[in-house]
Design a protein around this ligand. Structure first.
Ligand code: HEC
Ligand code: HEC
Length: 281
């Protein structure tokens, strides 16, 4: 029954949840994946589980600028929210991994995250590597968000967004040009763009997918996933809006869709209010 409960959430998304042919969703796999997601045995010193960095209370992010793994080792990038990732086509901030089955095995092996070999993970859990991968990927697919005030507004409930949030939606689609990248039911084109976040002191602090390009993240649940951007360098949604208002950070490969916006103070406030409406509860 769990599967039905998870999938029957009114999403404002296509109810069909894609999964690869060799790993169809089953309640058993989602349940096993959920247990593994919270299992600290998957880390070298048994102090870190997936949920340490992907906390359900924070829409499966961690509130830190960059991730901290075993033995206090600090990574390079911000732990992304895991929301509606079953609809994703590219994983990691630089999009270099193409399937969730492959993705979920990487943090286990990353020396800055869990630092375990797959053979050790298999011995500790008594499961094959394929079982671990399939179960974790299935659990990640079951993490869904929809039915926000914004979705109810789109579905005809005109009172679901107040006047300020409606102005914010207008700015988001119009003057703000946000929908040129944050598009569709998941607010992402799943493409790579240079917004200038990585440009520091005349050079790129992180190449991302090359030339400072990073994947457009979803904006669902975004009010719960601060701090923002691949490096967690922007603390609040207001900071993010100021960043875009100034035209990102100028650099040789800045995306052509990023330019200064000259938003009025009330438009910035409205945009922030709109972004806060993308939360399910
Ligand atoms: C130490 C913190 C940490 C732990 C532990 C961790 N992650 Fe992550 N996770 C991250 C960071 C940081 C990224 C982004 C890394 C990058 O893009 O270079 C990420 C990325 C992801 C993504 C890709 C999301 C996307 O939209 O691209 C998924 C899925 C994911 N993690 C699932 C898991 C699972 C499953 C586990 C447990 C097996 C796990 N993570 C353990 C920090 C962590
Ligand atoms: C050219 C494509 C593009 C446009 C236009 C764009 N974004 Fe983004 N957005 C991105 C990318 C790519 C990232 C990740 C950048 C990074 O970390 O370096 C991002 C990150 C964000 C984040 C941080 C989310 C997180 O989880 O860290 C927010 C919030 C956001 N954008 C909101 C907006 C708003 C609001 C607008 C319009 C004013 C906008 N974006 C316009 C591509 C775009």
């Amino acid at each position: 029954m769990l599967l039905a409960a998870v999938i029957a959430i009114p999403l404002g998304l296509d109810l069909y949840l894609p999964a690869p042919e060799d790993n169809p969703l089953t309640t058993q796999k989602i349940e096993l994946g959920r247990r593994l997601f919270f299992d600290r045995r998957l880390s070298r010193d048994q102090t870190i589980s997936c949920a340490t960095c992907h906390d359900p209370v924070r829409a499966f992010s961690d509130g830190r600028a960059v991730a901290a793994g075993v033995f206090g080792r600090i990574g390079r990038r911000n732990s992304p929210a895991l929301i509606n990732r079953g609809y994703g086509r590219a994983f990691f901030w630089d999009g270099h991994v193409k399937t969730l089955e492959e993705q979920v095995l990487q943090p286990i092996q990353d020396p800055n995250e869990m630092d375990l070999t797959l053979a050790e993970a298999s011995t500790r859990t008594g499961l094959s590597i394929a079982e671990i991968s399939h179960a974790l990927a299935s659990f990640v697919r079951s993490i869904l968000s929809g039915d926000s005030s914004y979705d109810r507004f789109l579905n005809g409930d005109r009172a679901a967004l107040n006047a300020e949030q409606q102005l914010g939606l207008q700015v988001f689609r119009g003057k703000g040009n946000c929908t040129s990248c944050h598009v569709g039911p998941n607010f992402t084109d799943e493409q790579l763009h240079n917004t200038g976040v990585a440009w520091r002191d005349g050079k790129l602090a992180d190449l991302g997918a090359g030339k400072g390009n990073f994947k457009t993240p979803t904006l669902r649940e975004v009010s719960r996933t601060a701090p923002y951007m691949y490096d967690g360098s922007l603390a609040t949604l207001e900071d993010v809006i100021e960043f875009y208002d100034k035209g990102g950070r100028a650099n040789p490969n800045l995306d052509s869709e990023i330019h200064s916006l000259r938003l009025a103070a009330n438009e910035k406030r409205a945009l922030a209010a709109f972004l806060r409406s993308l939360t399910r509860f």
